[in-house]
Design a protein around this ligand. Structure first.
Ligand code: ZN
Length: 241
């Protein structure tokens, strides 16, 4: 049986799927991974620093203007369109088979195609909060601001995106662990599962079927029922919901 057919059969037979996604889910929508080799190369060339430092809490505090310049150039892709993986996952949720999407991406593309229960481990570019009065702002406001985005009260508007050195939201982490522990099938896509918290969360899985869809190997390959080393959008384009 082909791997696509195996995946189709797993999805057909599952009642409670949880999807865990990483950067690879978004790259097929034209959002490059700023932490990739090329991303590191470009950030060193233009900013003299690594992506990890440029989107860190201390860089945000000490070099706020450069932070927003890098952030707008490298983390926001306003015109990115959802790909067949996003669409298929939204349809699976509508069909009652998929219980939650847990994502490390901040682009909001799952919600754009109608997914409802999306746990955003790293926050979202679409939510932004004044650090003084707490007023909320949308993405357009950030993009239209010159330099540092400022609230009408004068406060800096910070994206609700988890920066390096900042803790993840415990509530979201706990919900994610709960969903994973209750799933019969866990589909992990577009992540090599080496970075916290991905590596930790997958240990909560007690279900029957673990599917890994990633272009390269992961440390969990030996636990997987099905491994597909391919682009996740192209795979889901062939699945019938
Ligand atoms: Zn304010």
């Amino acid at each position: 049986m082909s791997k696509i057919n195996q995946l189709q059969e797993i999805i057909d037979n599952s009642k409670s799927i949880v999807f865990f996604g990483g950067a690879g889910v978004s790259t097929e929508s034209g959002i490059p991974d700023f932490r990739s080799e090329n991303g590191i190369f470009q950030s060193l060339k233009k900013y003299g620093d690594t992506p990890e430092n440029l989107v860190s809490h201390s860089y945000y505090l000490d070099h706020t203007e450069e932070f927003f310049q890098y952030y707008k150039e490298n983390l926001i892709f306003k015109d990115a369109k959802p790909n067949p993986a996003h669409t298929a996952l939204a349809e699976l949720e509508k069909a009652g088979k998929l219980k939650a999407i847990i994502t490390q991406n901040i682009d909001g593309l799952h919600q754009k195609v109608g997914s409802k229960n999306v746990l955003e481990l790293h926050g979202s570019i679409h939510r932004n909060t004044c650090q003084i009065c707490g007023k909320k702002y949308n993405l357009d406001y950030i993009l239209e601001s010159d330099g540092i985005p400022k609230c009408e009260c004068g406060g800096i508007i910070k994206p609700d995106v988890v920066l390096y050195e900042e803790p993840l939201n415990n509530g979201i982490l706990n919900f994610s662990a709960d969903y994973i522990s209750q799933a019969d099938t866990l589909i992990v896509g577009g992540t090599s599962l080496v970075v916290y918290p991905a590596a930790g969360l997958i240990n909560y899985f007690n279900g029957e079927t673990l599917v890994l869809i990633n272009k390269s190997k992961t440390p969990y390959d030996n636990l997987a029922t099905l491994i597909i080393n391919d682009a996740i959008g192209e795979i889901f384009a062939q699945i019938k919901i």
